[in-house]
Design a binder for this molecule. Structure first.
Ligand SMILES: Cc1cc2nc3c(=O)[nH]c(=O)nc-3n(C[C@H](O)[C@H](O)[C@H](O)COP(=O)(O)OP(=O)(O)OC[C@H]3O[C@@H](n4cnc5c(N)ncnc54)[C@H](O)[C@@H]3O)c2cc1C
Ligand code: FES
Length: 279
């Protein structure tokens, strides 16, 4: 059996600055060895541990979709030791990827259903993966209507903007991109994500909602979904607890009896309601 702590060596194929504050960068990573790419079979919602020799290892959600080929996309916010180092790295540099880790979004179980995605800020990464996966011609017909609601503070803080523009207007897809305040040059929606969710009022019938964003967004979106009749087992959330091993061994990420790295990071709202509020 392969040592689960051993990262696959990868090369940075491309780097792009995503946001106007320069704090979020996207990295396309390519495996150095073809057999490693074949071993790294993932589903949207999973994450990986990114490692930089001499600096450490960090859990980051996988933003690419397996339908896009062997390269992996990660979008990283500059917050501390490892992420600051990563922000100095360029195309051609070598680093490590360990994974895929954790449970994915329940896409197989949601076949035949309408999908509602509600995202805020840079938590949209694994939902970008989900959208690309859902919109792939091989998958699209397995699902009903898709509603995608995504917001950021300003237009310059929206991730993957060009790509999201290509989603707008697609049949069976209601795509709402919003910013918190009016801004020069922005002729799109203005308003907080919970308000836009209220306006769209997605129906819970035969549907599942994937909700990912900052705690304040979740706090105000939840009552909107409650009023619309959504049940706890139809709402899927993703946690970002501090982690170490990523494989359920060290106990660093536990919430009650669950290890978020292994049993999550994806949980239903009903499951989280049963747990102590340690997340
Ligand atoms: C499943 C999962 C998916 C994630 N996906 C992404 C992603 O797609 N993009 C992204 O930018 N980040 C993501 N994160 C958060 C990311 O792991 C942390 O920002 C990173 O570990 C910080 O490492 P550092 O060495 O740069 O910072 P450190 O030097 O370790 O810490 C700097 C600051 O960041 C805070 N911090 C560290 N880890 C976390 C954490 N897990 N949650 C909240 N605050 C933290 C610390 O409290 C400290 O204030 C994810 C975390 C998890 C668990
Ligand atoms: S990070 Fe070690 S058990 Fe989850």
């Amino acid at each position: 059996m392969r040592n689960p702590y051993l990262p696959y060596p990868v090369r940075i194929a491309d780097v792009c600055i995503e946001t106007e504050d320069n704090n979020l960068r996207s990295y396309w990573l390519e495996f150095l060895h073809e057999e490693d790419a074949a071993n790294f079979q993932y589903i949207p919602g999973q994450f990986a541990e990114l490692s930089i020799a001499g600096f450490g290892e960090i859990p980051i959600g996988i933003a690419s979709s397996p339908t896009e080929g062997n390269k992996l996309l990660f979008t990283v916010n500059k917050t501390g030791v490892v992420t600051e180092k990563l922000h100095t790295m360029l195309a051609g540099d070598i680093m490590g990827v360990r994974g895929p880790l954790g449970h994915p979004y329940p896409l197989k179980e949601s076949e035949g259903k309408n999908i509602v995605i509600v995202a805020g800020g840079f938590a949209v990464t694994t939902l970008r993966s989900t959208m690309v996966w859902l919109l792939d011609p091989a998958n699209r017909s397995k699902y009903g209507d898709i509603t995608f609601i995504y917001g950021a503070r300003t237009p310059g803080m929206l991730l993957y903007q060009e790509e999201m523009r290509t989603w707008q207007g697609q049949e069976g897809l209601d795509c709402r991109i919003t910013v918190d305040r009016e801004a020069e040059g922005w002729d799109g929606l203005v308003g907080f994500v919970p308000a836009v969710t209220e306006e769209v009022s997605p129906k819970p019938d035969n549907a599942v909602a994937l909700v990912c964003g900052p705690p304040i967004m979740i706090k105000f979106t939840q009552p909107v979904l409650d009023r619309l009749g959504w049940q706890g087992d139809q709402i899927i959330l993703s946690l970002e607890n501090r982690m170490k091993c990523g494989i359920g061994i060290c106990g660093r990420c536990n919430v009650g009896p669950h290890m978020v790295c292994k049993d999550g990071p994806v949980f239903t709202k009903a499951e989280l309601d049963e747990l102590p509020k340690e997340y």
